[in-house]
Design a protein around this ligand. Structure first.
Ligand SMILES: O=C(CO)[C@H](O)[C@H](O)COP(=O)(O)O
Length: 240
């Protein structure tokens, strides 16, 4: 199936004091497709955000759509031991468990490499995403996408060093997106970091279809308009 534009505001730029309301609003009133939930453990990245109990509360507030494509909880696991938190996030209402390749390959507790982790995510009925940092070569994803094992449902090409919102988009990451789109026309390719109206053209032209935008959406006067413009740009490029 041809990829669709998916706009996934990152909660990192929301008002954490009103988190449940912010998440509901962005999905139900502002027209976002997914909710990008940044999970940071202070080990894999030098910052801490929220854990599964808070995701449970957000899920209660936002509810669950019957339609897979609407209101997906896209949990970006910036954690050192991704296997360790899988069941907790499944129970909390996560739909897509996106772990970092770098963490999976170096995890110790227990040692669960990417191939095994994808299988474990699918066994719980969740979609699996694999993320790479700006310094990680795109080639590491090919054995996962081409191999005989279970494949990731999405890949995430980070366009900033993970850990903090509001950073500058790194265009040097775009060749990775181009290479992935060329090789996998139907793959969901997500980009995350510094995306907004000034940078969406580069990401969309490279072939990204899942756009994470925190500051650009939550910081906007009119988030709905920004979401619509981001979606239109992606759609235009996908239709070329
Ligand atoms: O994963 C992240 C940081 O690690 C955030 O999702 C990302 O930085 C989005 O924030 P912004 O759109 O403000 O750049």
């Amino acid at each position: 199936m041809a990829p669709k534009p998916i706009i996934a505001p990152s909660i990192l730029a929301s008002d954490f004091g009103n988190l449940a309301h912010e998440c509901s609003r962005i999905i139900k009133s502002e027209g976002a497709d997914w909710l990008h939930i940044d999970i940071m453990d202070g080990h894999f990245v030098p910052n801490i955000t929220i854990g599964a109990p808070v995701v449970t509360c957000i899920r209660h507030s936002v509810g669950k759509s019957e339609d897979w494509a609407k209101g997906v909880f896209d949990c970006h696991m910036m954690v050192a031991e991704p296997q360790k938190w899988l069941q907790d996030f499944k129970d909390a209402g996560c739909d897509l468990y996106c772990f970092h390749y770098e963490a999976a390959e170096t995890s110790k507790d227990p040692k669960t490499p990417s191939t095994e982790l994808i299988r474990n995510v699918h066994a719980l009925g969740l979609k699996a995403g694999v993320a790479i940092k700006p310094g990680t070569e795109v080639d590491v994803l090919y054995p996962l996408l081409d191999g005989s094992g279970e494949k990731p449902d999405m890949v995430l090409v980070m366009t900033v060093e993970p850990g903090f919102g509001g950073q500058k988009f790194r265009p040097e990451c775009m060749p990775k997106v181009e290479a992935l789109r060329k090789k996998y026309p139907e793959l969901d390719i997500e980009v995350d970091g510094g995306l907004g109206l000034g940078t969406i053209d580069q990401a969309a032209e490279a072939g990204a279809n899942v756009i994470v935008a925190g500051t650009a959406v939550f910081g906007a006067q009119n988030p709905k308009e920004v979401i619509e413009k981001l979606r239109e740009t992606v759609q235009r490029n996908l239709s070329k």
